[in-house]
Design a protein around this ligand. Structure first.
Ligand SMILES: CC(=O)SCCNC(=O)CCNC(=O)[C@H](O)C(C)(C)COP(=O)(O)OP(=O)(O)OC[C@H]1O[C@@H](n2cnc3c(N)ncnc32)[C@H](O)[C@@H]1OP(=O)(O)O
Length: 207
């Protein structure tokens, strides 16, 4: 079995652990978080600070997953790990329904009960959270997060680092810029620029 290192030990990390355990592809080898000051071993798992990734990355057949929900922090850590040559796992819960023509980038996580339809492209280090529906021909860029039960209709574009809140709906042919936030429950009916927050039905910019 391939070894996996989970970076981050918060709520998001618990769900990622369940996804790893749902498959027999990876063995949880280490959990890294800066709440640990030095590496220790417990129940056959190494717990240590994130800086310990450098020694772990030199081992054979070892993969990393960044189990941190904050998109900016995930980007920062991914860059640090890339610089030390880390390889990233793609994690897909067995209940997710994913089209054969969909493409999923390294480091991305597809949570339980998601649907990802034809010709959709999911970038790197993206989170598609529980029960989200990503219809055909979407492009979800690096470090984005589609929260639980959000619905992206056909041909939606989500820019780098943006978060689509829980239960939000984006109508077809709509573009969300980079590092924007769509509030929980919003319905987006027109393009959203970069670096803004939108809420409501229909969604309006509040920040
Ligand atoms: C497993 C997981 O948990 S995955 C994580 C899923 N997370 C989410 O879905 C969170 C999505 N986040 C939200 O919806 C947040 O409320 C945000 C980001 C839209 C706004 O948060 P903040 O920037 O802190 O704004 P704040 O709470 O100050 O609200 C600003 C105004 O917008 C309103 N507002 C905030 N969120 C929403 C919303 N989702 N829908 C409608 N109105 C909203 C507030 O009532 C407030 O209105 P007021 O000025 O008239 O009082």
């Amino acid at each position: 079995m391939k070894k996996i290192v989970i970076v981050g030990q918060g709520g998001h990390s618990k769900v990622i652990t369940d996804i790893i355990l749902a498959y027999n592809e990876y063995l949880i080898y280490a959990v890294l978080d800066d709440k640990f000051d030095k590496p220790i071993q417990k129940d056959h798992i190494i717990y240590g600070p994130i800086s310990y990734a450098e020694s772990l990355s030199k081992e054979q057949e070892i993969f990393f997953t960044i189990a941190i929900g904050d998109n900016g922090v995930r980007r920062k850590i991914s860059r640090t790990l890339e610089n030390i040559g880390a390889q990233f796992a793609i994690l897909k819960h067995p209940t997710a329904v994913i089209s054969r023509s969909a493409v999923i980038g390294r480091g991305s996580v597809i949570m339980p009960n998601c649907v990802i339809n034809s010709d959709t492209i999911i970038g790197e280090h993206v989170i598609i959270n529980s029960g989200a529906v990503i219809e055909h021909d979407n492009k979800i860029n690096n470090y984005a997060h589609v929260s639980p039960r959000a619905v992206m209709a056909g041909n939606v574009y989500v820019g780098e680092g943006s978060q689509v809140g829980a239960g939000a709906t984006i109508i077809p042919n709509t573009k969300i810029g980079s590092w924007s936030i769509v509030g929980a429950g919003a319905t987006v009916i027109r393009d959203v620029p970069s670096n803004v927050t939108v809420v409501g039905v229909p969604a309006q910019i509040i920040k």
